[in-house]
Design a protein around this ligand. Structure first.
Ligand SMILES: [Zn+2]
Length: 404
């Protein structure tokens, strides 16, 4: 049985990788109130540099689109924080930085979406005006989807492709935002029929970390892409795939974190540290866990998944279990915490990473793959839980270097 599954998994990785590598992240999110660019200066700061920077930024600063925090020293590097308050300013910053003669490195970009994080309430109206402007053109697929838009999108998919897609409301977050699962498979209406039960079930979960928003948007795009391609019947590969598997897609597990622009949920808990754990929390029960974790745990009981993928941002690597280890202390050289299926995990992780041009050339991760604990040890993660308690293969795909 595993041989058949392996074949399907390899086939499916080919599709997923082709899609992810062709995906261009949205570089102009419309619904943020504040974007913070963390810029590292790769040479010591001097007056000339600062003057150049100010002269480039000043036209925008005077129009209240950008502000600049005083640089501060961090680990012998100077860090500048540049705040953008409009999509236009957001787009301008990289080109302004790259136009300077002294090399910079954009270390991080953080977005704050919640009005409560807004530094100045007047920008709220600016952003909503811009948002309306963007909505009025037909490129709205190019924008990030907020909670309402995601809900609308999923319902539209089911209406448009009733024989391919069905939607389940799995539960709600603490702030009452819905957590949906969309099932894509051929002859979906008979998904409980005996024949369909032979189709392996695969689940994708995005946005477990609220601020890793590309992981959410990429799944929204993937849903759209699969439905269009399958229906057009011009892509035999996708036809075969959706005839062969049941693909469940949960675009967001942490909708509150997404809206707040935070990694954690609204109770300030990192959901990828909140699952049962073989080493530290070995009772496979949802009791006492966060509501979003409970929602995913209870839903996962209902289906026999052969593969799970959680999508993350902030790096570019295919990460496989275990994340945890028996060893309490881990030195900087790292350790490898192997599952009994280590060879299969490596085979599958490689099959993904090798098709991803940038991932496979990673300098940080040989071959673009890593054992979880070898990168950094964590406990209570979803991928160890899937494998330990259900024997499911779970990968964490880190699909973008920055979290937008
Ligand atoms: Zn993450």
């Amino acid at each position: 049985m595993f041989g058949y599954h392996l074949h399907v998994l390899l086939l499916h990785f080919l599709l997923l990788c082709n899609f992810v590598t062709s995906f261009t992240p949205v570089d102009t999110p419309s619904d943020f109130h504040e974007a913070v660019f963390n810029v590292e200066l790769s040479s010591p700061l001097n007056t000339d540099l600062l003057q150049q920077l100010y002269s480039q930024l000043s036209p925008l600063i005077s129009s209240h689109q950008i502000s600049l925090e005083a640089p501060h020293l961090h680990n012998d590097m100077y860090i500048l924080e540049i705040y953008a308050f409009t999509p236009t300013a957001f787009q301008s910053i990289p080109s302004i930085i790259s136009s300077l003669s002294i090399p910079f490195n954009i270390k991080d970009i953080r977005l704050k979406r919640s009005a409560t994080h807004t530094r100045d309430s007047r920008y709220i109206s600016d952003c909503s005006t811009i948002r309306e402007t963007y909505k009025s053109d037909n490129t709205s697929m190019g924008l990030y989807h907020d909670t309402d838009e995601l809900t609308t999108f999923l319902h539209q998919i089911v209406q448009t492709y009733p024989s391919l897609a069905s939607l389940s409301l799995l539960g709600h977050s603490y702030e009452n935002r819905p957590i949906y699962s969309l099932l894509l498979t051929s002859s979906n209406s008979s998904s409980l029929s005996p024949s369909s039960t032979f189709k392996p079930a695969i689940k994708y979960i995005g946005n477990i970390h609220g601020d890793e928003t590309v992981s959410r948007e990429i799944l929204i795009r993937l849903i759209s892409y699969l439905c269009i391609e399958y229906t057009s019947q011009t892509n035999p590969y996708i036809t075969t795939l959706l005839n062969s598997i049941r693909l469940y897609i949960v675009p967001t597990m942490n909708p509150d974190g997404f809206e707040m622009g935070t990694r954690a949920n609204s109770h300030n808990i990192d959901l990828n540290r909140n699952f049962p754990d073989q080493f530290q929390d070995d009772i496979n029960s949802p009791k006492g866990r966060q509501i979003e974790t409970t929602t995913i745990m209870q839903w996962s009981e209902e289906e026999t998944f052969v593969l799970s993928i959680s999508f993350h941002g902030g790096s570019l690597v295919a990460n496989y279990p275990f994340d945890g280890t028996k060893t309490a202390e881990v030195d900087s050289s790292g350790i490898i915490s192997k599952t009994p299926d280590d060879e299969e995990f490596i085979l599958l992780a490689k099959s993904y990473a090798q098709k991803h041009n940038s991932m496979s050339k990673s300098k940080e991760f040989p071959g673009g793959i890593t054992n979880g604990a070898n990168w950094y040890v964590l406990y209570g993660g979803m991928q160890d839980w899937n494998y330990v308690y259900y024997g499911r293969f779970n990968f964490s795909l880190f699909v973008f270097l920055i979290s937008l």
